[in-house]
Write a protein that binds this ligand. Structure first.
Ligand code: GTP
Ligand code: MG
Length: 189
């Protein structure tokens, strides 16, 4: 069975734990603890180590879904989780005070995942806070990091259907990059 490892990144409260729970075929592994930072994200718990889930797509393809803890004090875990992954779903909550800054920060931090397989951005919580439009995210990305090819979706992280569209688009990108060599090689005589 073919396997891919995908990492869910993004700031605290963006919906990484929710997204993995909505996608996973198995009961996800969560490492939630009481949230003492209700200013950044007004919710009862926060991830302190990782999230883990699995989804089987097609007849013979498994995707392992890992999520980072959003709080920067757990950054050491980001590096650990980055090692095995081949692509990233970057969740950005649209009610964040600086959602575009956060998007660029995580794209830069996890750049090697983009290089290895690809990345997609999933904008969540647009129903909660009035943030930038999808077009504004695209323009900001093109202006700040020209040349990057990263699709941007609007999602509700609690919706399996919406999260599947973002995940499948990432998987297709990972597979097409793996199938087609990144540099043109002269055909052997
Ligand atoms: N209203 C609304 N709620 C959402 C949406 N997407 C996610 N949520 C909720 O927003 C909250 C996000 O929390 P988590 O899933 O814990 O976020 P996280 O990214 O794992 O956060 P940390 O682990 O603290 O970094 C959850 O209560 C979700 O159910 C959305 O599009 N709209
Ligand atoms: Mg979490």
């Amino acid at each position: 069975m073919a396997e891919h490892v995908v990492l869910f990144t993004g700031p605290m409260g963006a919906g990484k734990t929710a997204a993995i729970a909505s996608l996973s075929d198995i009961d996800p592994v969560r490492t939630e603890a009481a949230n003492t930072d209700r200013v950044t994200a007004d919710k009862a718990t926060t991830t302190v180590a990782l999230d883990y889930g699995e989804i089987t797509i097609g007849p013979d393809e498994k995707v392992r879904l890992y999520g980072i803890p959003g709080q920067t004090r757990f950054e050491f875990m980001w590096k650990v989780l980055m090692r095995r992954a081949v692509g990233m779903i970057l969740l950005v909550n649209n009610d964040n005070p600086d959602p575009i800054g956060q998007m660029l920060y995580f794209i830069d931090y996890f750049h090697e995942l983009y290089e290895r397989g690809g990345a997609v951005v999933a904008i969540s919580r647009s129903d909660v806070g009035l943030g930038p439009t999808r077009e504004e995210y695209y323009s900001a990305l093109a202006a700040a990091r020209p040349g990057l090819s990263i699709p941007i979706f609007s999602v509700d992280a609690r919706s399996p259907e919406q999260m599947k569209i973002a995940l499948f688009s990432l998987i297709l990108n990972i597979e097409s990059r793996a199938a087609v060599p990144s540099r043109y090689e002269e055909p052997r005589q």
